[in-house]
Write a protein that binds this ligand. Structure first.
Ligand code: GLN
Length: 214
């Protein structure tokens, strides 16, 4: 995962927890395009999307990240989701660079300052047919406010009204999948529940989420 900025240690820890059971060869940090070229799958962590893009650009990594995310398994969490998106609303003044590989519009800091952080326990059928609810951690989180391709699969929505002015609309999307890309606005690495990391490992290998499931 690109370890230029952001919350990567916890992702490394979560993947290492799964290493034996999921036969993960190794978990490495990515800081250069040579390191990126050597990995099979990538997690772009949370942090601050504007700084991440700036640092990646300074290191000449932005183009390589874009090329990687176009075809190889890539998961963006929180700021990582913003970086992957085609469009962002409430961008930092002066704008911010995006990889533009995930056809969604993401609203930065959707939940405002007064609820900078919150948790929500939600049903998550994508984690398996009988999956227990997952406890989602949101930290100055973005939300996916528009899906701009029929190929984007909605995975998890918040209850209607949370982070919205119009409670009549469907709840905000906080997890989507598009081809080889997973985009989530929460921080699964900050819980001890590794089911989203497992989901991504299986997605990267094109394996079913539940062993034995079709
Ligand atoms: N608000 C941050 C941003 O705009 C994302 C927050 C996070 O990754 N926890 O980049």
């Amino acid at each position: 995962m690109p370890t230029l900025q952001g919350a990567f240690i916890e992702h490394i820890h979560a993947l290492n927890t799964l290493r034996d059971a999921e036969r993960i060869d190794s978990v490495v940090e990515v800081r250069t395009s040579a390191e990126l070229a050597a990995v099979d799958a990538l997690i772009i962590p949370g942090g601050e999307s504007t700084s991440m893009a700036l640092i990646a650009e300074r290191r000449g990594l932005l183009g390589a990240l874009r090329e990687f995310a176009r075809t190889k398994p890539t998961w963006g969490t929180c700021a990582g989701l913003i970086l992957l998106a085609d469009k962002v609303t409430h961008a930092k003044q002066g704008g911010q660079k995006l990889l533009e590989v995930l056809p969604v519009t993401v609203s930065r800091n959707q939940f405002g300052r007064q609820i900078d952080s919150f948790t929500a326990t939600l049903d998550s059928p994508c984690l398996g047919p009988d999956a227990a609810p997952f406890e989602y951690v949101f930290i100055r989180a973005p939300a996916i406010v528009s899906v701009d391709s029929p190929e984007v699969e909605p995975l998890v929505r918040l209850p209607a009204g949370l982070g919205q002015t119009e409670a009549s609309e469907p709840g905000l999307l906080v997890a989507v999948r598009y081809r080889n890309i997973l985009g989530t606005s929460f921080h699964p690495e900050l819980t001890s529940d590794t089911r989203w990391h497992r989901y991504f490992v299986h997605m990267a290998r094109a394996e079913p989420t539940q062993p034995g499931a079709e």
